[in-house]
Design a protein around this ligand. Structure first.
Ligand code: SAH
Length: 692
């Protein structure tokens, strides 16, 4: 079987469909899967085991045989727990073939083959009866089908079907119930992920304010969940306006309905403020009494000692359709609407006429009407709203722009053309190449320019850099070429080097004394010890007494599938780490020149200066806007004493996990890590190798 994988080509900025074999898909899925993270989630595993033991006992006490249905068995872990707890038989269903195969091996290795039947099907395809997959309906239903939003992986339709066709009435369910909690907050930081704030520019002729178009102001945004490691959000970045409230519960031991529905709770703000965001998380009770509880509550809700780090379940940030000023003690209603797979929120002020109230509730899931939410993801909104970053760009534009400047901006959805115009460039035009065929970004731009009376001031060039003609530029040469650089198709930090390729493609249109801003970029690298992120790629060995090394080996194979391991993007503000080496500049890219034909490569070694475990290397880009103004998309600050790092909150950095961890101990004679990093100018990709 052949698979086509979409990938942006960083040398052309456009999407390409690459034909890959079946193996590719499978290895990607395993290598980047959350199985390792789940197996390391001690809190989850212990509580599932307790819940399963209790459910098997209850069934046995009734004098029945314990027949278990485990939907989404993965490694077979929960079925093995059930078999160990004395279940008579387990049906372990797994839809993903490589995992079902792994489950068969793991079950056999642990000696449970006679008690557990692995069925490689989607649960809705499973049959019951003498000739069916299952001999009879089960009386214990075990699953772990939840994502951060609880229902995003299809738990509800799966449960609905299982209750109709696969389990007995009155069955025991582990987990027994899930409850979704919410808290209303005000947060400029989180609100800046949904809305564009006005940008203030000190121009020659007074202050200019760049305002977003009205469509954007009232746009409900996107239905996709915003899931983050809320425990990394400092309490100074938000203010809670309500207590924590139970929004809704699902009892998994009874028939479950997946059809769309709404839930409403009454709230009284504990303080006055601007209601913008609903923070949400859930917990699961493994047993009916609620004694075995596994909770995703963030640090300010539960004691830090009870916090289990995990990446497969985090917390959700929901954006209210619009900001609502609320008063302490006033009566409010918060409504959660959901369909089969997602949840969204609305807030209403209580009114005497309750019926009218209900009619107000928007049942439709949020759909972006302004296009900005399609072009810019949430971190990009945050970046555009980052005033100190904007100030750096303004400062550097001021240095390079003259009244006769002919300026071309190449970047996706950038504010630079407007800034360049306000700062006095004579002629400004812009190109946003990487999304040309996708989201009609030009319509958004036009709306933007119109809202600010700039339609006839800034010209949008609807073509790709390689197709640029003198007529697009009114037969003028470009004297200032600018870019952030930012392209929506970039996955890894160096993919934004597409700016360099675009600059190369427009070379013949540049004036001989052209200024390119940024003038150069550099790739930086640092060796780190992660507080927790290492878990997602680290072998587990024995999990709650079960040997899962088959899974470890499978993940290792998949990570090594391509000869050179790849770096992966992670937003490190969510994943604390400690630096073990000095940050080091490893490659530079000179935008004043064209992309060279040959590869750029570097070799060297870096000393481990602090005691700790080297889990991997972090890489990021810095852009040198002018000789003395730079912006970093990675490290912002490093505390030298402990090695604590502060990362750019809007960008993902590249993480290269070492295949084995080294522990540095002796600081008088520091260990060195050698590296070999190569930028292939033909592909725009960076490959690397580290030796410890
Ligand atoms: N039970 C394991 C793995 C949980 S991950 C554990 O707790 O460690 C969830 C797994 O369920 C994934 O492997 C996914 O492929 C599978 N899955 C999800 N929905 C399913 C369904 N309806 N039928 C069969 N498998 C399903």
């Amino acid at each position: 079987m052949k698979t086509f994988c979409g990938r942006a080509n960083p040398t052309t900025g456009s999407m390409e469909w690459l034909e890959e074999g079946e193996d590719y898909d499978y290895h990607q899925e395993i290598a980047r899967s959350r199985y390792a993270d789940m197996l390391h989630d001690k809190d989850r595993n212990v509580k599932y085991y307790q819940g399963i033991r209790a459910a098997v006992s209850r069934v046995k006490e009734r004098g029945e045989k314990a027949i278990v249905l485990d939907i989404g068995t993965g490694t077979g872990l929960l079925s093995m727990m059930a078999a160990s707890a004395g279940a008579d038989f387990c049906y372990a269903i797994e839809v993903f073939k490589p995992m079902a195969n792994a489950a068969v091996k793991i079950v056999e290795k642990n000696g449970f083959s006679d008690k557990i039947k692995v069925i490689n099907k989607h649960s809705t395809e499973v049959t019951v009866g003498p000739d069916g997959d299952m001999q009879c309906r089960a009386n214990i239903l075990v699953t772990e089908l939840f994502d951060t939003e609880l229902i995003g992986e299809g738990a509800l339709p799966t449960y609905e079907h299982a209750h109709k066709y696969l389990v007995q009435e009155g069955c025991e369910a582990v987990p027994h119930r899930a409850t979704v909690y919410v808290q209303l907050v005000e947060s400029r930081r989180m609100w800046s992920w949904k809305k564009l704030f006005p940008v203030h520019v000190e121009a020659e002729d007074g202050e200019k304010v760049l305002a977003p178009p009205s469509e954007m102001e009232n746009c409900p945004g996107l239905p996709s969940v915003c899931d983050i490691q809320l425990n990394q959000m400092p309490s100074s970045d938000f203010s809670t306006l309500s207590d924590v409230v139970k929004m809704f519960s699902v009892d998994f031991s009874k028939p479950v309905q997946s059809a769309s529905t709404c839930y409403r709770v009454q709230l009284e703000p504990v303080k006055s403020g601007k209601a913008q965001i609903v923070l949400s998380w859930w917990d699961i009770d493994m047993d009916p009494s609620g004694m075995i509880n596994c909770s995703m509550a963030p640090y300010w809700v539960k004691p830090t000692s009870a916090l289990q780090w995990r990446d497969h379940w985090m917390q959700c940030v929901y954006f209210l359709p619009r900001e609502e000023p609320v008063l302490q003690g006033e009566k409010l209603y918060l409504t959660a609407c959901r369909d089969e797979y997602s949840v969204w929120y609305n807030l209403q002020k209580a009114r005497a006429d309750e019926e009218e109230q209900k009619a107000d509730v928007c049942l439709e899931s949020p759909v972006c009407r302004c296009r900005a939410h399609l072009l810019w993801n949430r971190p990009r909104f945050g970046e555009l709203n980052d005033q100190s970053r904007t100030r750096q760009y303004i400062k550097s534009l001021r240095k390079v722009l003259k009244t006769d400047s002919v300026c071309l901006c190449i970047s996706d959805g950038s504010l630079l053309p407007v800034l360049a115009h306000y700062l006095g460039a004579k002629q400004v035009q812009c190109m946003q190449p990487s999304r040309i065929d996708l989201y009609h970004p030009h319509e958004l731009r036009q709306a933007f320019f119109k809202a600010n009376n700039l339609e006839d001031k800034i010209k949008i060039i609807e073509t790709r850099p390689e197709l640029l003609k003198p007529s697009h530029l009114e037969d003028k040469k470009i004297s200032v070429l600018v870019g952030e650089p930012f392209f929506t198709t970039s996955l890894l930090p160096w993919h934004n080097l597409y700016f360099w390729y675009a600059r190369t493609a427009v070379s013949s249109h540049l004036a001989s004394n052209v200024t390119v801003l940024p003038q150069s970029a550099s790739l930086h690298m640092m060796i780190v010890e992660f507080q927790d992120l290492w878990r997602i790629r680290s072998p587990c060995g024995i999990c709650e007494g079960f040997d899962v090394r088959t899974m470890d080996d499978m993940i290792k194979d998949s990570l090594n599938f391509r000869e050179s391991k790849e770096a992966e993007p992670h937003p490190l503000w969510e994943y604390p780490c400690k630096s073990l080496s000095e940050p080091q500049e490893v490659l530079t890219f000179d935008f004043t020149k064209t992309v060279p034909q040959h590869c750029l490569s570097t070799e060297g070694s870096v000393k481990l200066l602090r005691k700790g475990k080297s889990h991997g290397a972090v890489l990021w880009m810095e852009y040198h806007l002018t000789a003395d103004i730079s912006v970093s998309t990675g490290l912002m600050q490093l505390s030298n004493e402990k090695g604590n790092c502060e990362w750019n909150p809007h960008c993902k950095q590249a993480v290269y996990f070492f295949s084995s961890v080294i522990e540095s101990e002796i600081l008088s004679d520091p260990t060195a890590v050698t590296y070999d990093i190569k930028f292939d100018t033909k592909t725009g990709e960076i490959t690397m190798d580290f030796k410890l």
